[in-house]
Structure formats: structure tokens, C-alpha cells
Ligand binder design. Structure first.
Ligand code: FAD
Length: 567
């Protein structure tokens, strides 16, 4: 007989032993005792979250000397860039998700998944407290605690409503697969309701007024998808109501797609104008009622209201409550997101790592690092560098912090001397020496985007890969501390700091046209970029299964159009 299931005992937050979970791997009875012993010796890695960061960490973790426990309320990975396509049925929801157990099953590392959310992190006792989503025997939701040696926090972010009244109750978010499914059902609902014979014209127009709040990539892509859906499918299916459809995109700043090159912004605004999508920039939502949405004109301060049938909220992200609690506990309560060092370790917590949307690399560290590079180049300790020396320093900074380079490119500046000139007027000439304090104040004045990495899947997944590589080499490095060490500033560290490599970004604009901003300031807009988008997104799928499903959905849509049934 074999010991087919290994019982793992958890202590529970209320004390005593309550929750038992069964690991799913089979072991031979003859060496079961040894295995249990070996497992006890294994370092316990607890991963919170099955999103981009958590999954990419898990996929790349290869060292079998860890005992990995993945905790997330979602038992699948979701390919978020395709969520806007799910809202209108261009792609089916099941095609963009991969069960986390499929990923775990293929690993040669002991890895287990628990469907639960972390409700508290206790760094002193190295424990996380969790609550299962599931109620067993109707006794309420199970709670349990899990010990860790290393904790990887990858819980992502939540939608930010900025506490604007009515947003939570009356708008739809586009963050999770369930959100996209809900939006899809509600869009169809609006068309079915609007087709009822008893409706007044006014009510029909209200129902078919779709408002999207937020002109970032997600809001813009949803608006484009909805417009395509209306033009390609709805016109055939609901011919009587098609003329009552209106799409409005509200953006508080002066332009949509602010983080993109200006050429892309201009093209998108012009295309939406041609398509009849009403882009209202400088328009800030102040209240969302059941049937009316109120906006404030940012420049004039006027408040106006418009009737709407469905509103989608896509304005930004905020910190999850469990992370906020943890931040308060470790003295980061005054911060917006969890601060880590460049090795993704939570500041002051040696065994806790944070990556993805829930964390950011601490700016103070970045500034200190930049100052250290500066002082190293300042051989005569004068506190100033010549422009030539300064250029060398810049190369080093841009190599270490690609976001600095990216920022300069976006601002159409060739280097930081331009930046100094911008912040100091004509005071800085290329021939004069550059002062460190001047330089630091110029850096601190610029937009925080320059220093903070964007909250994107690209960053999250690169961080996951990076951290997994560190974990794969951790034991070897501990055994051979004299190995290839990297010297940095006053200290030394076993691993390279995390470096983000920006691979470009897309903004699908509908009508089989996409804007692409690729490294090297290369901008391409149109149908060819759409094909590039198809190939990149097909290749980035997490498994061959989802790749096949997504590609077949695209083909199905080309041949048969989108499905408008309400299931
Ligand atoms: P997520 O991917 O959000 O994962 C968080 C995980 O943590 C989830 O599994 C969640 O269930 C789990 N979790 C939550 N709370 C807890 C808890 N208390 N305990 C345990 N687990 C918890 N980025 C791009 O680069 N390109 C794009 O085209 C793009 N398009 C996007 C489109 C949409 C509609 C959206 C919403 C986002 C898009 N993004 C895109 C951004 C990208 O999805 C995020 O930056 C990325 O998901 C962040 O990864 P993450 O792992 O930090 O968080």
C-alpha cells in the first residue's frame, strides 16, 4: 500500500488544530518517513496571489529544495490584457484563464495550492492568517494559519474609487474575469431592454448611453471594443435601436493615453472622434447616481449631469486592505504602496518579498543610489561634475533605471542635462559643471512616473522571473558566499538588483487598428500593428491550451462575429 495522501497540519488563528489539508502528491510508503523528514527540513515559501507576479514566480521556480504553498482566492491565472476583449465576446472568458493547478502539476517542486485569501500577515511569528472562500458543512468560512520561511506577496491591487459617491454601487469595474463577464451580460441586457416596445425614446437613449470613466489603456480599449461590437454585430442584431447608441469616454486630464507617445494620443483622439466616440477630456466625475453621472469641468469648475445606461470605471488602482494593515504594522503606514528595496525585499523585512502591483521600489533608495553613482564619478570630491563626466554617470543611471531613460524619451529629451535646463530655466549650460544638489532637485521635481515602475503585467512578470532566479540560486549562494558577488555602494549583495526591461506597449483602438510604442522610440499605428498585437498576445499566453483557445476565438469572431447570447 502506498501513502497516497500526505496530511499537512495547520495551526489555526483561534488556537488549537482545526484545519487539515491534503496535499495531492503520492509517495511510496517505504520512504514516507524520510520524505516527511525531508519536507520538514525544506524551506517553506508561501506565495500570496496567482496573478502575473505570483504565477511567473511559480513557473520559474526550479529549485526542488523548497516547499511552496500558494494562497489565493482565485484558483486560476488570468491574462488581464485580454479582459477588454472578453467584455464584448471577442474572446471567451475561459480562454484567458489557466487553472493554477495545471501550472503546479507540471512543477518538479513541492507546490500546493490553497483557495483562500490572506487576511493578516504576522512577520514576527512568520505566519500568514488565511480565510478560505469556501464554506464547509455550512460552518462559515474556514480560517487557518500558515508558517513560512520566505513570504512572497503578490496580491496585486484593487480598483480605486477615490471615495467618489456612487461609484462602488453604480459602476462596473474591469479588473477581474468576473467583471468582464458581468460587463458582457449587462451590455447585452441594455440592448434587450432598449428593444422592448414599451420604452420611450428618451429612456431608450439613456439605456444605450455607455460611459467609460478613465482614458488610460484599459478604458480606451474597452471603448474601442464596444464601438466595434456595435458596428460589426449590434447593427445586424438590433437594427431598430442601433441609432440610439452613444459611447462617451471621460478623462480628467487634457488627453487620453497620457503615458503614450504624443503621436499615439493624437491619433487615438482623432480616430475616436471619427468613430463617433465622444471623448470628454478635462472632465472629472464627482458623483454617480443610478441613472445619472455628474462631472466637473476641471478648468471652469462647472458641474453637469448626463443620463447613462451603463458606466465602466477604469481610473486607477489602490492598495488592498490586508496590505495596508501590514504596511501600518511595519511602519510604512504613510506610504501608498508597499516599499521594497531593489532586490524586491520589503524594507526592513529580510524574508518577505513583494512584487507586482502591490509594491514599488523605494524612491529614497533610488535617489541614494543615484547620488552614490554621482559621488563615485566625482573623483576630486568637489560636489560637481563636468558635463562629459555627467554623461557617463547618466549612462550608468539609465542602464540601472531604464524608467529614467523611458521618462526622458517620453518627454522627448535626449538626456538629463535637458531636464536640468527645463527645471532651472537657462541657468544650466552644457559647458558648465553640474551640481549634485541641482541634479537631485531636478530629479525630484519630475513626475513620479519616472521613478515608479508602471503597474503593468510586464513589470509584474519580470519581477516574478527575477525573484524565482534569486530563489533558485539562494542555496548555492549561501554555501559559497565568496561567489560572484556584486559590489554596490557601501554594501555588497549576492544578486543583481532587479532591472526592468521595457519591451514596449500597445493600445488597441478598434477597427483592426492598434498603436504600438516599442523600445527605441519606435511608434507604429494601424493594421500592421494589429497583427503584431495578435502575434505578441498569442505568444505571451501562459500555456499552449490558452494559446489555442484564444487564437480559435479570434478566428471564430472573424468568421461568425461575436456571440450576443446572455450566458
Ligand atoms: P494581479 O495580476 O492582479 O494578481 C493578484 C493576485 O492576488 C490574484 O490572483 C488575486 O486573486 C490575489 N489576491 C488578492 N488578494 C489576495 C489576498 N488577500 N490573499 C491572497 N491572494 C490575494 N498590463 C500590461 O502590461 N499590459 C496590458 O495590456 C494590460 N492590460 C490590462 C487590462 C486590464 C483590464 C487590467 C485590469 C490590467 C491590465 N494590465 C496590463 C495590468 C496588469 O494586469 C497588472 O499590472 C498585473 O495584473 C499585476 O500583476 P500582479 O500579480 O501584481 O496582480
Amino acid at each position: 500500500p502506498s501513502l497516497s495522501k500526505l496530511l499537512i497540519v495547520f495551526t489555526v488563528s483561534g488556537g488549537g488544530l482545526v484545519a487539515y489539508s491534503e496535499a495531492e502528491k503520492s509517495y511510496d510508503n517505504s520512504n514516507a518517513g524520510e520524505l516527511v523528514e525531508a519536507n520538514k527540513r525544506k524551506k517553506k515559501v508561501v506565495v500570496l496571489g496567482t496573478g502575473w507576479a505570483g504565477t511567473s514566480f511559480l513557473k520559474n521556480l526550479k529549485d526542488p529544495s523548497y516547499d511552496v504553498q500558494v494562497i489565493s482566492p482565485r484558483n486560476y491565472f488570468a491574462f488581464t490584457p485580454l479582459l477588454p476583449s472578453v467584455t464584448c465576446g471577442t474572446v471567451e472568458s475561459r480562454s484567458v484563464v489557466e487553472p493554477i493547478r495545471n501550472i503546479i502539476r507540471k512543477k518538479h517542486v513541492d507546490a500546493y495550492y490553497w483557495e483562500a485569501e490572506c487576511i493578516k500577515i504576522d512577520p514576527e511569528n512568520k505566519k500568514v492568517y488565511c480565510r478560505s472562500n469556501l464554506s464547509i458543512n455550512g460552518n462559515g468560512k474556514e480560517e487557518f494559519a500558515v508558517d513560512y520561511d520566505y513570504l512572497v506577496i503578490a496580491t496585486g491591487a484593487r480598483v480605486n474609487t477615490f471615495n467618489i459617491p456612487g461609484v462602488e454601487e453604480n459602476t462596473f469595474f474591469l479588473k477581474e474575469v468576473e467583471d468582464a463577464q458581468k460587463i458582457r451580460r449587462t451590455v447585452i441586457d441594455c440592448f434587450e431592454k432598449a428593444s422592448l416596445p414599451t420604452l420611450s425614446d428618451e429612456e431608450r437613449k439613456r439605456l444605450l448611453h455607455f460611459v467609460i470613466v478613465g482614458g488610460g489603456p484599459t478604458g480606451v480599449e474597452f471603448a474601442a471594443q464596444l464601438h466595434d461590437f456595435v458596428n460589426e454585430d449590434i447593427v445586424r442584431l438590433y437594427p431598430k435601436v442601433k441609432d440610439s447608441v452613444k459611447i462617451t469616454l471621460l478623462e480628467a486630464t487634457d488627453h487620453i493615453l497620457n503615458m503614450f507617445d504624443k503621436r499615439i494620443t493624437a491619433f487615438a483622439e482623432e480616430k475616436f472622434h471619427r468613430d463617433g466616440i465622444d471623448v470628454k477630456t478635462g472632465s472629472m466625475v464627482v458623483k454617480v447616481g443610478e441613472k445619472e453621472i455628474s462631472t466637473k469641468d476641471v478648468k471652469r469648475g462647472e458641474i453637469t449631469s448626463m443620463p447613462y445606461g451603463m458606466a465602466v470605471w477604469s481610473t486607477g488602482i489602490g492598495t488592498r486592505p490586508v496590505i495596508m494593515e501590514f504596511m501600518k504594522h511595519i511602519g510604512q503606514g504613510n506610504r501608498r504602496v508597499l516599499a521594497t528595496d531593489e532586490w524586491l525585499r520589503v524594507e526592513g523585512q529580510d524574508n518577505i518579498y513583494a512584487l507586482g502591483d502591490c509594491a514599488t521600489i523605494n524612491q529614497r533608495k533610488v535617489m541614494e543610489d543615484i547620488a552614490a553613482i554621482f559621488h563615485k564619478a566625482d573623483k576630486d570630491n568637489s560636489g560637481t561634475l563636468t558635463v562629459k563626466e555627467f554623461q557617463e554617470v547618466l549612462n550608468d543611471i539609465c542602464e540601472r533605471y531604464p524608467q529614467v531613460e523611458l521618462y526622458l524619451k517620453n518627454k522627448k529629451m535626449s538626456n538629463l542635462v535637458d531636464l536640468l535646463k527645463e527645471s532651472k530655466g537657462d541657468g544650466v549650460k552644457e559647458s558648465v559643471e553640474v551640481d549634485i544638489e541641482e541634479f537631485k532637485s531636478a530629479l525630484s521635481q519630475v513626475d513620479t512616473d519616472m521613478k515608479n515602475l508602471p503597474a503593468t503585467a510586464q513589470v509584474a512578470s519580470q519581477q516574478g522571473v527575477y525573484l524565482a532566479k534569486c530563489f533558485n540560486r539562494m542555496e548555492e549562494c549561501e554555501k559559497n558566499p565568496e561567489g560572484p558577488l556584486r559590489f554596490r555602494g557601501e554594501g555588497r549583495h549576492r544578486f543583481h538588483p532587479f532591472r526592468y526591461r521595457h519591451l514596449g506597449q500597445f493600445a488597441p483602438l478598434g477597427g483592426e487598428q492598434t498603436a504600438a510604442q516599442l523600445p527605441g522610440d519606435w511608434v507604429s499605428i494601424g493594421h500592421s500593428s494589429q497583427w503584431l498585437w495578435y502575434s505578441v498576445y498569442a505568444s505571451k499566453q501562459v500555456s499552449w491550451r490558452t494559446r489555442a483557445l484564444v487564437v480559435s476565438d479570434w478566428v471564430r469572431r472573424f468568421i461568425f462575429g461575436r456571440d450576443s447570447s446572455q450566458i
